[in-house]
Design a protein around this ligand. Structure first.
Ligand code: SF4
Ligand code: MG
Length: 329
């Protein structure tokens, strides 16, 4: 059977006056109903751009979708008409962002903004939209929802604003929620509360979720699978537990070793040396080779293809099995 959402071999480039940046280089991932996929990577790895392609908000220069398919319920969003895509965007697939303040309009009360989606897209009456807005604000656990409908975005704390944005995203009962760094701007306590909320909503509404983050620590309790991105490619794709137990790609291993371990006192914090590549000049062979402690000559010469390991995960590394066995020790 088909997947709910199926991104296949997506290639995206940005054509600028300085040259062509190859931002997505053959990304494939899929999502089934109710499932959470975490997409993990440093900034510039292509995780947000993939999401923007799914949302159909990547149509304008310099962005150019070179090839690939984005199947939603078996239909390719990339070849649909603007009208057909509007039906999917926001309604079937909704997205929330890091910065709630810029996603919300500062001059309208939040209740009006949530209601506006319902009036515009569902043709709801003002009274019905208002009642539904209160329900949605309750759903995202904003205390005293009915009393706060008339408040403006700046009157909410950062965490509460994030909840308002989530309520707006949920207004049309999406089957997929894409959350792009939803907690990055928040302090640690509030981060945990928002992640708990997303996990609860995902379960209660049986929504599928794509959780985009640079922070491996955020995804452990929430995601079913993780796709790790580097230089516009997925370098490792695995179920959460096996990936945490023993990563099979040196980049994933580096990310894991960079997480502060609360259980190991005084453990040195290792970080991955070097910087992500310039996407106008991606290194030959394996794009990670300049930063990779496992690199050999073959890594400079040959692009690694996905190797499928025994537990079904994939790793785009010439030495995937060795790295996995090394991690497992
Ligand atoms: Fe490192 Fe080579 Fe594997 Fe790339 S292919 S991650 S350079 S060992
Ligand atoms: Mg981003």
């Amino acid at each position: 059977g088909g997947h709910l959402l199926d991104v296949r071999d997506l290639h995206v480039e940005f054509r600028t006056s300085e040259g062509v940046a190859r931002v997505i280089n053959g990304v494939s991932y899929h999502l089934d109903p109710g499932e959470t996929l975490a997409v993990l990577g440093e900034s510039g790895s292509g995780k947000s751009v993939t999401a923007q392609a799914i949302m159909g908000i990547l149509d304008t220069p310099p962005a150019h979708i070179r090839s690939g398919q984005i199947l939603y319920q078996g239909r390719d969003l990339l070849t649909q008409s603007e009208e057909q895509r509007r039906q999917v965007r926001g309604k079937e697939i909704a997205m929330i962002f890091q910065d709630a303040l810029s996603a919300l309009n500062p001059v309208f009360p939040v209740g009006w903004q949530i209601g506006e989606t319902l009036r515009q897209r569902e043709g709801m009456s003002r009274a019905d939209a208002r009642a539904r807005s209160v329900e949605l604000m309750d759903l995202v656990k904003i205390p005293g929802a009915a009393k706060r409908l008339g408040d403006y975005p700046h009157q909410f704390s950062g965490g509460m604003r994030q909840r308002v944005m989530i309520a707006m995203a949920l207004a049309l009962n999406p089957k997929v929620l894409i959350a792009d760094e939803p907690t990055t701007a928040l302090d640690v306590t509030v981060q945990a509360q928002i992640m708990d909320l997303l996990a609860d909503l995902r379960r209660d509404l049986n929504m599928a979720m794509i959780l985009i983050t640079h922070d491996l620590g955020v995804v452990a309790g929430v995601a079913d699978r993780i796709a790790v991105m580097y230089a516009g490619r997925i370098v490792e794709h695995a179920d959460v537990r096996p990936l945490y137990r023993a990563p099979a790609h040196p980049y994933t291993k580096g990310l894991l070793e960079s997480i502060p371990r609360l259980d190991v006192r005084g453990q040195a914090l290792s970080t991955i040396k070097g910087l992500p590549p310039n996407l106008m000049r991606i290194p030959s062979g394996c794009p990670f080779h300049p930063r990779c402690p496992y690199a050999q000559q073959v890594c400079v010469d040959e692009v690694p293809h996905d190797l499928v390991l025994g537990d079904g995960r994939t790793s785009a590394c010439h030495f995937a099995q060795e790295v996995h066995d090394d991690s497992a020790r």
